[in-house]
Ligand binder design. Structure first.
Ligand SMILES: [Zn+2]
Length: 297
């Protein structure tokens, strides 16, 4: 029986999971410490690691390089070995032949169950990197939730930005990630915000548990930011009017055809909604729109 978990151990396990799903290779290499046996067992139970296929390369213990190799078996010593161009014959530790693979998709199912997300969508948005989980209500606020991993590179971040442009957010669009948080200045389409998974979740038994008070704090902070944006100067700024009009059009499922067409439609919407004020010009709206939708890459 594993010892009872306290909060710290759970946080550590989530840290380990984030590190695992951030590592570039699916195969868990000999260099990656899975921790003690109990942790590896819990990861398997969570569906995050699975037995892998036989290794096509061997992490050489003599020279620290990976060699493409087929392990050979020596019936005299009862051990496997391979040939290293530097060191010659090198014995293989039996545990190096046991491979495990990371199954990152498992975190999607764990998160869907944890919120819960209803109905669960779980659609892949960026191959092996980002998934639309669906909607969840947290403290009366409707969240559109996405999980993304390995978003540290400009390229992946750009892919993510293009993908979330196709997923309108309900009240708040939130991308949970195992990656280190990108520069907060980077804007995402549909005003998605990025929240670190480590910041709002932990592992309890064989489930992910959402820390609701921390999540609520994130939601309050976002709401506060938007209200401040709207409150500038006593009456709403052109920018916040454009942002609101843009959001309302997404809520009505109006397609985003092009920045130019969207800007013309927003000017027309604002003329009708605020007959008392001069609507912003199309070029001003375009400027706000490109800021709103810029991917930062
Ligand atoms: Zn070698």
């Amino acid at each position: 029986m594993p010892p009872p978990e306290d909060g710290k151990q759970s946080a550590d396990l989530l840290d380990l999971i984030c590190d695992l799903i951030e590592q570039p290779s699916r195969r868990i290499g000999a260099g990656f410490q899975l921790g003690n046996g109990a942790e590896a067992e819990r990861l398997a139970k969570l569906g995050l690691v699975r037995p892998g296929s036989a290794p096509k390369t061997i992490a050489c213990r003599a020279c620290d390089e990976d060699h493409p190799a087929t392990p050979k078996f020596d019936s005299v010593t009862g051990r496997h070995f391979h040939f290293c161009p530097v060191a010659g014959r090198v014995d293989i530790e039996p545990r190096d032949l046991e491979t495990l693979e990371v199954h990152a998709r498992a975190i999607v199912d764990l998160l869907v169950a944890a919120f819960p997300v209803l109905p669960a969508i779980g659609r892949e948005l960026v191959s092996e990197k980002a998934w639309h989980l669906g909607e969840a209500i947290v403290g009366g606020t409707s969240l559109t939730l996405i999980f993304a991993r390995q978003i540290g590179s400009q390229r992946t971040f750009g892919d993510l930005a293009r993908a979330v442009a196709t997923v309108p957010a309900t009240e708040i669009g939130m991308i949970l990630t195992s990656s280190p948080l990108p520069d907060p200045q980077l804007m995402l389409p549909n005003r998605y915000t990025i929240v670190g998974l480590r910041d709002i979740a932990s592992i309890e038994g064989s489930c992910v548990e959402i820390n609701r008070s921390r999540l609520a704090a994130h939601i309050r902070m976002l709401r506060g930011k938007r209200q401040r944006l709207r409150a500038v100067g006593g009456r709403p700024s052109n920018e916040s009017l454009v942002v609101d009009a843009y959001d309302r059009r997404r809520q009505r499922d109006e397609p985003f055809v092009s920045t130019a067409a969207e800007a013309r439609a927003i000017v027309s919407d604002l003329t009708k909604a605020h007959p008392d004020r001069m609507p912003p010009g199309v070029s001003t709206v375009r400027k706000h729109l490109s800021k709103l939708r810029s991917s930062g890459s």
